[in-house]
Design a protein around this ligand. Structure first.
Ligand SMILES: Nc1nc2c(ncn2[C@@H]2O[C@H](COP(=O)(O)OP(=O)(O)OP(=O)(O)O)[C@@H](O)[C@H]2O)c(=O)[nH]1
Length: 243
């Protein structure tokens, strides 16, 4: 049960009641005294009632203002989410990936994985664009489930994704990419012909202070080498440089 609101004017109300009692009892007092007291009582009574009404109105407006502030904060969060995320898969969008990667690289070393779904055009052509869309969401789900360390997953192009991994060395990033590759290859995407989906991966590693463009182009080049050499595999950029 809710508590009744405390009367802010309890003291004034008591004074008013006492004055009213005096006014009623002292019937024989001088007329001027009684008239003045009567006016005082009436004005004071009206003042109390109006002030109570104003306090109630102000409480209501404060409540409404708080509700509007909450709604505004929710909308700001929603706007921020929409500005930074891909609406189909929920992964970060390209601009947000660049921004976060630059943020990490300004502070620490960072590994980057670039992956691209294999023969995706064929999936779209065979089963239609909506089925292709479910594959994109399924691939992002595989990446999210596999990523156990701090990092960010982004969709940087149609069927191309990026995973940024702060403070992970080449070997750790390669192992994460391998787990992701296996998770996609093993997942049943429920395609009508029961075929499997695979993706090709490239991995780069940059020391603190490097730029996003270099990290991305090295990982992208390694990913294309993974495509050229048969798809459904992980290639590290430093393996290309040595070859
Ligand atoms: N369903 C769907 N398809 C998309 C989306 N964005 C891009 N695509 C498709 O992705 C396909 C990319 O095809 P390609 O670049 O030829 O590459 P691929 O068929 O995956 O072949 P490889 O990369 O060489 O293995 C095209 O058919 C695009 O229409 C999307 O948001 N949804």
């Amino acid at each position: 049960m809710s508590q009744p609101n405390p009367d802010l004017f309890d003291q004034e109300n008591c004074a008013l009641l006492a004055a009213q009692a005096v006014y009623n009892i002292e019937a024989g007092a001088a007329d001027t005294y009684r008239t003045a007291l009567g006016e005082l009582i009436s004005c004071y009574d009206q003042l109390l009632r109006q002030t109570r009404r104003l306090v109630r109105r102000s409480d209501r407006q404060e409540f409404e203002m708080n509700q509007l502030n909450h709604r505004l904060a929710d909308l700001a969060n929603e706007l921020e989410y929409r500005a930074t995320h891909d609406s189909l898969s929920g992964a970060l969008n390209r601009a947000a990936v660049i921004e976060r990667a630059q943020h990490f690289l300004a502070r620490s070393d960072m590994a980057m994985i670039v992956l691209d779904i294999d023969h995706f055009k064929q999936v779209n052509d065979s089963f239609g664009h909506p089925v292709g869309d479910t594959i994109i969401c399924g691939v992002v789900d595989c990446l999210q489930r596999t990523l156990q360390t701090p990092g960010e997953i982004g969709r940087v192009g149609g069927e191309e994704f990026t995973v940024i991994l702060p403070q992970q060395n080449y070997l750790q990033a390669q192992q994460i990419a391998e787990h992701m590759r296996a998770a996609i290859a093993e997942r049943d995407f429920a395609l009508p012909d029961a075929s499997r989906i695979t993706a090709s991966f490239g991995v780069s590693w940059m020391p603190a202070g490097a730029d996003f463009g270099t990290a991305y182009s090295e990982a992208d080049e390694a990913m294309y080498e993974a495509k050229r050499s048969g798809r459904n595999r992980v290639i590290r950029a430093d393996q290309l440089l040595r070859a």
